[in-house]
Design a protein. Structure first.
Length: 312
C-alpha cells in the first residue's frame, strides 16, 4: 500500500510517499481502506517537535470503508463506512489502509461525504468538549471564539450557535465572511480592532488560537464566566497549565482543555452534519502524494477551516 512515511524528524521535506507493507487487523481491530483524511495542528506540531508517530505515519482523522475485520471484532463488518480520530492508536491516517480498534470508529451516514466525515473528528470533538464539558455552555450566553478561522474555530462557531449562544468571533480579514456565513453574530477583525474595545463581557471565552495574556481574558469575562484555553501559542497554553488554577478567583474560571477521542461525541456531531446544522468548512484538498505540501500549508497557521487529503 502507499503511505506517507515520516522517519526523520523536523520538516515536511522528510515526509515521503512510498510503498509499505499493508497491515493485518488483529483481535478487535479492523482494516480501514482510507478514502479521505484531514490534517490537524496535532500532526504538524508533533512533526515540528521531531516526534515520530508509532507507525511512522501521521494523520489522526480518517474516513473510509472497512476492508477486513480482526477475529474478535464484533461491532463492524466488511463494507461499513466509518470515520474517526485514530491519534490514540498511533496515528497512521496518511495512508491507503490503517488497522484501528473498532470501538474508536463511528459509522458514517451515507448522505455525508467521506471528505466531510474526515473533516470532523479531532477539530469538532475538541470544540464540543471545550464548550460543553469545560465551558458548560448555556443558551442565551455571550460566547467569544478567539481564533475562529481554522478547524477547531469553524466548528466552535457553529456548535456555539447550535447551543443557542450569541457568538462573537475574532479572526483576520480573510476569514470575516466565512465566520459570518457560519452564523457568527459579531465579528472582530483582529488586524483592525482589539476585541477588548468591544467592551463586552463574555460568559464563555473559547481561546482557540492566538496569544493573549491570561489577565486580558479574565478581564473580559462576565461574573462566573469561564475561559477555556484550547490552543494557540505554546506560552499561552503553558501559562494556563501553570497559573490557571491560581487565577480562577471570584467566581471566574480559566481552564485548559485536553480533548479525548470519543465515539459518542463523533455520533453527536455527525448527526448535526447529516441534518445540515453543522457544515464542515473545507479550505483545500490535496492528494496523498501532496501530503507534505498540505502539512506545510497548515503549518503556516492560517487555514480557513479544514485541509483534506483525498487518499483514494
Ligand atoms: N486542547 C486540545 O485538546 C486541542 C485539540 C485540538 C487542537 N488544539 C489546538 O487548537 C488550536 C487550533 O487547532 P486547529 O486544528 O483549528 O488549527 P488550525 O486549523 O491550523 O488553525 C488555524 C487558524 O488559526 C487562526 N489564527 C492564527 N493565528 C491567530 C492569531 N494570532 N489570532 C487569532 N487567530 C489566529 C487562523 O486564522 P486567521 O488566518 O484569521 O488568523 C487560522 O484560521 C491549535 O493550537 C491546536 O494545537 C488543542
Amino acid at each position: 500500500m502507499k503511505a506517507v512515511v515520516y522517519d526523520r524528524g523536523g520538516s515536511p521535506d522528510f515526509l515521503e510517499c512510498r510503498e509499505v507493507e499493508k497491515p493485518t487487523p488483529r483481535g478487535n481491530q479492523v482494516l480501514v481502506r482510507i478514502i479521505a483524511a484531514s490534517v490537524n495542528a496535532a500532526d504538524y506540531r508533533s512533526m515540528r517537535m521531531g516526534i515520530i508517530p508509532k507507525r511512522k505515519i501521521f494523520g489522526a482523522d480518517i474516513a473510509g470503508r472497512v476492508a477486513e475485520v480482526g477475529a474478535s471484532a464484533i461491532k463492524l463488518k466488511i463494507g461499513d463506512e466509518v470515520f474517526g480520530d485514530i491519534s490514540d492508536s498511533g496515528f497512521g491516517g496518511f495512508s491507503e489502509y490503517a488497522t484501528v480498534p473498532e470501538n474508536i470508529l463511528a459509522l458514517k451516514p451515507s448522505s455525508v461525504s467521506f471528505e466531510n466525515a474526515a473533516a470532523v473528528p479531532m477539530a469538532a470533538v475538541t470544540a464540543l468538549q471545550a464548550m460543553r464539558d469545560q465551558g458548560n455552555i448555556q443558551a442565551g450566553q455571550k460566547v467569544l471564539v478567539y481564533g475562529a478561522g481554522g478547524g477547531v474555530g469553524s466548528f466552535s462557531v457553529q456548535l456555539a450557535k447550535y447551543f443557542g449562544a450569541e457568538v462573537t468571533t475574532v479572526c483576520s480579514s480573510r476569514n470575516v465572511d466565512m465566520v459570518r456565513l457560519l452564523g457568527a453574530d459579531h465579528v472582530i477583525d483582529y488586524t483592525k480592532q482589539d476585541f477588548i474595545a468591544s467592551g463586552t463581557q463574555f460568559d464563555l471565552i473559547m481561546a482557540v488560537n492566538g496569544n493573549r495574556p491570561l489577565p486580558v481574558y479574565m478581564r473580559m469575562l462576565a461574573p462566573r464566566g469561564i475561559t477555556v484555553v484550547i490552543g494557540g501559542a505554546l506560552s499561552q497554553v503553558t501559562k494556563t497549565i501553570l497559573f490557571g488554577g491560581l487565577m480562577s478567583i471570584g467566581g471566574k474560571k480559566i481552564r485548559i482543555l485536553a480533548a479525548k477521542p470519543s465515539t459518542k461525541d463523533l455520533e453527536f456531531i455527525i448527526k448535526l452534519v447529516e441534518e445540515g446544522k453543522v457544515k464542515p468548512v473545507i479550505d483545500r484538498r490535496y492528494n496523498l502524494q501532496q501530503t507534505a505540501e498540505a502539512m506545510q500549508y497548515l503549518g503556516q497557521g492560517h487555514a480557513c477551516g479544514k485541509v483534506i487529503i483525498n487518499v483514494g
